[in-house]
Design a binder for this molecule. Structure first.
Ligand code: HEC
Ligand code: HEC
Ligand code: HEC
Ligand code: HEC
Length: 352
């Protein structure tokens, strides 16, 4: 077959366009299982290099003197950190300032005329966030282990963490030339650029919608024995895309792709992730959502909900936040106690 020059040029251009979504080699792969089982993780070394500074923990302040009077005896209005020594208390205040409001300083949370005053919403939120952080370190060891978390794990030197989510404004979804998109069918960053349902968060990281969809029996009863539909399965995949991109890993980090449902064939990370899903639900339902009325309107989303946590809020694209730097160990002030939770379901809350 004789092809003229224009045809060649056209073919090269089409080829280049098709490849433009691919990443340029070299790409690193790390084998994590037996040969031939496809248990490999794929990393782009250039992306890792670019994001390196994001995953560095800041230097910790020197440990404080634990002796002397308690903060509760010296200050007027301490409800959470009262058992600390004055030295430890001050250390936490200075660190919080570096982690949350390094430019604005103490005045981001305090009325500088009266530090005991609770009139700034940021202080009220920070107090609850302190309990949340202590609770994470004390009660969620099956996820955060001894690595633990500090305010910096989510905040990274800014008041609003850069990875949060809101319920999407679905009034916009119904409009447009293509009609009802049903919250999917267009590329969305929340699901790794795929066209899967773009809000995997409300169903799975706030409500406890069942995630597992694969039937465990050969013959279906109804559609199949889990009773799930294509749409429910797509939603599960949407969540899985978020979890993968949130951690910067492939599916094989948590699954053996020849059998996604089988726990025995899955790497141990899948169990950690299982607890992580429950942990994030608790953060959103018990700590963050109840603060909604404390926040000013301009901090709320299109549906009036508060900015919430997902896997990326802590992980920010790393398999462990800050690549597993055990920063929280250096902050015994934030190690506990676990908060007393009033266990309520979403349904209870709606009727209250
Ligand atoms: C991110 C918010 C935040 C920042 C920034 C912050 N604080 Fe605080 N501060 C709090 C919270 C929350 C409490 C109450 C703690 C409690 O109830 O246990 C508090 C309480 C205090 C108290 C006790 C006041 C009293 O009499 O009850 C002092 C003193 C204090 N902070 C000093 C500082 C100083 C100094 C800085 C700057 C270096 C600072 N804080 C920065 C949130 C913050
Ligand atoms: C698990 C993640 C996470 C951790 C850990 C965390 N925060 Fe937050 N924080 C959030 C989210 C999400 C918001 C809501 C963002 C917003 O303000 O709209 C928030 C908001 C805040 C705000 C309000 C900021 C503003 O301008 O509206 C303050 C203050 C704050 N956090 C303080 C703290 C302190 C202090 C700690 C550590 C003791 C802490 N946070 C730990 C996730 C976290
Ligand atoms: C960080 C770990 C993690 C990653 C990465 C991950 N998954 Fe999952 N996956 C899980 C966990 C945990 C569950 C079970 C959730 C539950 O039951 O609460 C699950 C469940 C599933 C299920 C349902 C299994 C069943 O029994 O019905 C499918 C399908 C699935 N994942 C596919 C994927 C795909 C495809 C990817 C890559 C895009 C992926 N997963 C990435 C942890 C992960
Ligand atoms: C509050 C912060 C926080 C949030 C939110 C969070 N994680 Fe984690 N995660 C951690 C910390 C800290 C570790 C490190 C624990 C350790 O060192 O073993 C971790 C570890 C993991 C690991 C184990 C990695 C390994 O190599 O062993 C997996 C898998 C994981 N997280 C998945 C998730 C998923 C999925 C979500 C969302 C559903 C999530 N995480 C949300 C803090 C968080």
């Amino acid at each position: 077959m004789n092809l003229n020059r224009t045809t060649w040029v056209a073919m090269i251009l089409v080829g280049a366009a098709l490849l433009s979504g691919c990443e340029r080699p070299p790409i690193d792969t790390v084998q994590t299982g037996f040969r031939g089982t496809g248990m490999e993780l794929v990393y782009n070394p250039r992306t890792l290099e670019k994001t390196e500074s994001l995953h560095q923990a800041p230097a910790a302040l020197d440990p404080a003197d634990k002796s002397g009077p308690r903060a509760r005896q010296v200050y007027q209005n301490v409800k959470v950190l009262g058992d600390l020594s004055v030295g430890e208390f001050t250390r936490v205040m200075v660190s919080m300032t570096q982690w949350i409001a390094p430019e604005q300083g103490c005045g981001y949370c305090h009325n500088l005329q009266n530090f005991a005053d609770d009139s700034m919403y940021t202080k009220v939120v920070a107090r609850r966030m302190t309990q949340m952080t202590q609770h994470l370190n004390a009660s969620w060891k099956n996820h955060v282990a001894d690595t633990g978390v500090t305010c910096y794990t989510c905040h990274r030197g800014q008041a609003v963490p850069n990875q949060v989510w809101f319920a999407p404004d679905d009034s916009k979804l119904a409009k447009g030339m293509l009609g009802q998109r049903n919250g999917q069918n267009e590329p969305a960053g929340s699901v790794g650029g795929s066209s899967l349902p773009k809000d995997p968060f409300t169903a799975y990281l706030q409500k406890d919608t069942p995630i597992r969809q694969i039937s465990q029996t050969a013959l279906p009863q109804g559609i199949n024995s889990t009773g799930s539909s294509t749409q429910m399965t797509e939603a599960t995949y949407g969540l899985m895309m978020h979890m993968s991109t949130g951690l910067g890993v492939n599916c094989a980090f948590c699954h053996n792709s020849r059998n996604f449902s089988d726990w025995k064939q899955s790497p141990p990370q899948r169990v950690t992730a299982y607890h992580g899903i429950r942990m994030v639900r608790e953060l959103n339902n018990e700590f963050i959502t109840p603060l909604t009325s404390t926040f000013p309107r301009n901090r709320l989303g299109p549906k009036g909900d508060v900015a919430k946590v997902n896997c990326a809020t802590c992980h920010q694209g790393a398999y462990k936040p800050l690549y597993g730097e055990p920063m929280a160990k250096l902050y015994p002030e934030l190690q506990g106690p676990a908060a007393k939770l009033v266990k309520t379901t979403l349904a209870d809350r709606a009727t209250k």
